[in-house]
Write a protein that binds this ligand. Structure first.
Ligand SMILES: O=c1ccn([C@@H]2O[C@H](COP(=O)(O)OP(=O)(O)O[C@H]3O[C@H](CO)[C@@H](O)[C@H](O)[C@H]3O)[C@@H](O)[C@H]2O)c(=O)[nH]1
Ligand SMILES: [Mn+2]
Length: 445
């Protein structure tokens, strides 16, 4: 028997596992799916959900075979992917001798066409079938490969793991070292090369667009390599990004991924529930209990359930990174400033064209404060202080005009009049609300 094999080592890759499984099912595969997972690291509710999904013929717990990186320093500082600390556990695939062949797929892959013919390939158990890595094409990428489980090969891989350091700190370094020994120095390669269309690695810093354009309809599988995955918040924007290449049906790869993911429905759980369960989104607060504890009287006045799901916190950005507010600083402030700052010269020019207050209305200070007041600019000072009246005169261009030109005093009086309660009923209601508000403020203190 042969099967497709997936790997789940940590909760946050759950959306990926579900999307790959859904996409594979959509290719009408005849082969079963098995999932290698870590019972120790995966939430029990997720394990239940995976069983309930009916997507997998078997869930195989590899807790006894978990292998932490044999070069964590390289993983953290050279590959810079500390989250891959357990991926060497992929070598457990060679232990599954109940299967004659396995097609292994990373959780961040998206099969687009049927791949079943990969099981027909002839090769020996000490060989591996895989496509080139985009970053170093003489090495293979370990997100997609075909293998024959074999205990002798497993022992050799384990021995290499225990005796050396993987050159990338993870499984790709170890597997290339084993199947590509002595690369560039005449060593025998046990790597059988698959065309790139079986593992089209996108989402890296380099994409060869002309080829993508030419061969996009032949691509059998996309692989979202790198630390940003299609289930992360950043991908929401990419789905509608008009600059991204359209792959099939006028859709880009992020749209295709979402379609596969959104097809999955398990136990009535929505895809948002799944993002929450896998800790890609914050859990939803219990709004009733929040309201009951803090606002016993009118919770609806103070708490409103958000209409959209908040993005998860991204440590690489500040909390307000999506706000459109522009940063403004003054050019004459010698400690700050940028190209976008107010242009003092231009300001001076436009001020000089204004019909400013007459000299008798103006009480000018004796020394300049603003740049346009400096003698070199030859502009009359426009700041005025009028001790006899608080309100600026209408002749002053900086005077605010209230309610059809009326002055501030009559504007306030009119406002007070219109907001004054008219009936005894309304006055009582106002007093009641005031009392409730101060009661709640007291309770919060
Ligand atoms: O927290 C984790 C991390 C990884 N995985 C599994 O391990 C795979 C590999 O991680 P991934 O983030 O997909 O790595 P890539 O960005 O694809 O990085 C490259 O480098 C890795 C380390 O060598 C290889 O495992 C990959 O196949 C290779 O494409 C995932 O797909 C999952 O199946 C988890 O389940 N949980
Ligand atoms: Mn991957």
């Amino acid at each position: 028997m042969s099967a497709y094999a997936l790997l789940l080592l940590e909760d946050s890759y759950l959306p990926g596992i579900l999307a790959v499984s859904s996409a594979l099912t959509a290719t009408s595969t005849k082969f079963p799916l098995v999932l290698l997972y870590s019972d120790k690291n995966i939430d029990q509710n997720i394990v239940k959900l995976l069983i309930a999904s009916g997507l997998f013929a078997q869930l195989i717990n590899i807790d006894n075979g978990l292998l932490p990186s044999n070069s964590p320093h390289t993983l953290d500082n050279v590959l810079k992917r500390p989250e891959l600390s357990l991926t060497i556990s992929k070598i457990n695939l060679w232990k599954l001798t109940q299967f004659s062949k396995l097609v292994y797929l990373d959780a961040d892959t998206l099969p687009l066409q049927n791949l079943d013919h990969l099981f027909d390939l002839e090769f020996s158990s000490n060989q591996i079938v895989a496509a080139s890595d985009i970053g170093w094409p003489d090495l293979f990428n370990t997100g997609v490969f075909v293998l024959q489980p074999n205990l002798a090969v497993y022992k050799d891989l384990l021995q290499l793991y225990e005796s050396t350091e993987s050159f990338d700190g993870a499984d790709q370094g170890l597997l290339n070292e084993h199947f590509n020994p002595d690369l560039y120095h005449g060593g025998v390669s046990n790597w059988i090369r698959l065309p790139f269309i079986y593992n089209c690695t996108l989402n890296s810093h380099y994409e060869y667009f002309p080829a993508l354009q030419r061969y996009s309809h032949d691509v059998k599988l996309f692989h979202f390599i790198g630390s940003k995955k299609p289930w992360h918040p950043h991908a929401k924007g990419l789905k509608d990004d008009p600059t991204l290449f359209k792959v099939s049906g006028n859709q880009n790869v992020y749209q295709l991924w979402s379609q596969a993911y959104e097809k999955v429905t398990i136990d009535g759980k929505s895809h948002i529930d799944i993002l929450r369960l896998s800790r890609n989104l914050q859990p939803e607060p219990n709004w009733e209990s929040v309201a009951a504890v803090q606002t016993p009287v009118h919770p609806q006045f103070y708490y409103k359930k958000p209409e959209s799901v908040p993005d998860s916190y991204s440590p690489s950005h500040g909390e307000a990174w999506k706000l459109k507010d522009s940063k403004i600083s003054n050019k004459w402030d010698k400690t700050g400033g940028s190209d976008d700052d107010l242009d003092a010269e231009k300001l001076v020019k436009s001020l000089s064209q204004l019909d400013v207050a007459s000299p008798e209305d103006t009480y000018a200070t004796s020394h300049p404060v603003f740049p346009w007041e400096k003698s070199s600019h030859k502009v009359q000072t426009t700041r005025s202080f009028q001790p006899q009246s608080f309100f600026p005169k209408p002749s002053n261009p900086f005077t605010a005009s209230f309610d059809n030109g009326s002055d501030l005093e009559s504007y306030i009086a009119k406002e007070e009049q219109s907001s004054r309660p008219e009936t005894l009923e309304e006055i009582k209601q106002d007093e009641k609300l005031d009392a409730l508000e101060s009661e709640q403020l007291d309770a919060l203190e």
